[in-house]
Design a protein around this ligand. Structure first.
Ligand code: HEC
Ligand code: HEC
Ligand code: HEC
Ligand code: HEC
Length: 413
């Protein structure tokens, strides 16, 4: 085969199997294709059988028109045949455990499962329901601020820690060079008494762990700025004393461990206060007590000056995705607007919103097992889930469009 032909063969294969073209995938793909083909032009008999099964065993919950009869139940109309068929098999074998569905599929044979799948797939999908109030919710997607949910809580921090965690007031720690993990741990230490500071304890106590983590990420993705509070210590003497600290805090005070504070560019007054707190046991920490035990106050001041003079480096923490960026990810598998074109991925467009939300929660908690979806849904915040669900539930579902590639035998010209 010459190069041009090879390239054509590859692109033809990609048209057929847009997502996986792995060797192991090809057996699966063939299975999908033969099934899809029988469902592509289902015989009248098959659809009648499917409708029969639906009327007897499914319509109470999923409607004879494939439209969910109560919030939380999935719409089935227009869902992809192969997806339905596989899901039904998963219920039948109890790989997916839901009593009502395990029961409903328990006594059906394979032919009935395929027929009822083809039947529901052949129906026109339900139009998306507006929300309770009657009006579809307008969700702001473009340029959505991934930190929108924490902006209000963070207003309280600006006075002392600056807009971006680069404190302007002397004695206040810079937060912008710390990892989110250390941030959360230090906030929790104020609450559980590991660190002693009444105001910080009060502020931190009112914040959920998720909020704290998001705040930590917010500060970690800001550009850190070196403090203006350099202290009176001697930088060169401080540098000599800093040798033993490097293994944990980095040569120049830029720590790499997520639970390890960066010291580079840190406010010198705060630094000295923290060191003294370790020394006196007010801030209880074994490793740091060992590091500071034999240092004099002058040593501490010199160390403070050395670290304050170092340039802080931004942490390797990625800004969270905006809702629209998340949706783009989902669409890579579930199709534009949630109209899947790949039979392995369920259509999300126009799906019941309660069902979508509970499906995502089930993937997060692993009560519904799927490693891809577990990985996709775990990082989502509650407000991400709300907006993503709203987006797909309100998206116009489209019936399956089959595109057949030209057959291999040339048709008579
Ligand atoms: C008593 C109510 C009930 C009956 C009857 C019922 N179902 Fe369901 N069905 C459910 C519930 C509840 C779920 C959601 C379960 C979950 O979260 O996994 C569901 C889920 C499904 C799903 C998964 C949808 C998806 O998008 O993954 C399919 C497919 C399905 N049902 C098909 C059927 C078929 C076909 C029948 C008849 C043979 C049937 N159901 C009978 C309640 C019912
Ligand atoms: C009135 C000033 C003030 C306000 C307001 C304030 N902080 Fe603080 N913050 C401090 C001081 C002072 C410390 C050092 C306390 C100590 O010695 O442990 C501190 C320490 C911290 C630390 C530990 C830093 C480190 O390097 O270990 C974090 C994290 C923090 N604050 C976050 C916040 C957040 C988030 C808010 C807003 C919810 C906030 N602070 C509001 C003054 C303030
Ligand atoms: C074995 C590892 C280790 C060594 C060595 C070490 N530290 Fe630490 N250091 C830590 C850990 C862990 C923390 C966070 C402790 C906590 O949560 O209070 C910390 C915290 C600190 C803090 C408080 C930072 C803040 O933002 O509140 C300062 C200051 C500090 N170290 C300075 C030093 C200096 C100076 C040395 C060397 C003399 C040193 N450390 C040696 C592990 C170490
Ligand atoms: C790499 C491909 C892939 C990506 C990306 C992906 N999904 Fe999925 N998704 C799947 C597969 C495969 C299933 C079917 C899993 C199963 O059988 O439980 C699924 C199932 C679902 C379901 C259950 C639908 C139903 O009818 O039961 C929901 C809801 C869902 N995905 C939402 C999302 C959202 C939201 C995103 C983006 C944050 C996303 N998915 C990204 C592959 C993907």
């Amino acid at each position: 085969m010459n190069k041009a032909l090879q390239a054509m063969a590859v692109s033809a294969a990609l048209m057929l199997f847009p997502v996986t073209a792995s060797a192991q995938g090809s057996a699966t793909t063939q299975a999908i294709n033969s099934l899809e083909r029988s469902a592509l032009l289902p015989s009248r008999n098959m659809l009648d059988l499917g409708k029969n099964v639906a009327a007897r065993a499914c319509s109470d919950c999923h409607g004879i028109d494939g439209k969910s009869t109560a919030p939380g139940l999935p719409n089935l109309a227009g869902q992809r045949t192969v997806y339905l068929y596989r899901v039904l098999q998963a219920y039948q074998t109890r790989t997916r455990r839901i009593d009502s569905m395990n029961h409903a599929t328990g006594f059906l044979n394979d032919e009935a499962l395929l027929a009822v799948s083809a039947y529901y797939a052949s129906l026109i999908p339900a139009r998306p329901e507006p929300t309770e109030g009657g009006e579809p919710v307008q969700i702001e997607m473009d340029g959505a601020d991934p930190f929108a949910g924490i902006r209000d809580d963070m207003k309280k921090c600006v006075k002392c820690h600056g807009e971006d965690g680069n404190s302007s007031a002397s004695g206040m720690p810079n937060l912008s060079a710390q990892d989110a993990e250390y941030f959360v741990e230090s906030m929790q230490a104020y609450v559980d008494g590991g660190r002693n500071h009444k105001l910080m304890a009060k502020l931190a106590a009112g914040l959920s762990e998720e909020t704290l983590y998001r705040m930590g990420v917010f500060y970690a993705v800001q550009e850190p700025v070196r403090t203006a509070t350099m202290g009176d210590g001697n930088v060169d003497l401080g540098k000599e004393l800093a040798g033993p600290c490097a293994s944990c805090h980095g040569d120049d005070g830029n720590a790499s461990g997520a639970d390890m504070p960066t010291l580079a560019g840190q406010d010198a007054r705060y630094f000295s206060k923290a060191m003294l707190a370790y020394k006196t046991g007010k801030r209880n920490h074994e490793q740091m007590y060992g590091a500071v035990e034999f240092l004099s106050e002058a040593d501490i001041e010199n160390l403070a000056a050395f670290y304050a003079s170092q340039e802080p480096v931004r942490r390797n923490v990625r800004a969270p995705l905006t809702t629209s960026e998340w949706i783009e990810r989902c669409e890579r598998c579930h199709g534009a607007g949630g109209n899947s074109t790949d039979p392995r991925f369920p259509m999300l467009a126009g799906q019941d919103r309660n069902y979508l939300a509970s499906a995502l929660q089930a993937y997060i908690s692993k009560t519904r097992g799927n490693s891809t979806m577990h990985a996709m849904s775990t990082p989502l915040s509650e407000s991400d889930i709300e907006r993503i669900v709203e987006f797909f539930a309100a998206s116009e579902p489209k019936a399956v469009v089959y595109i057949e590639l030209p057959c291999e035998e040339p048709i008579d010209q």
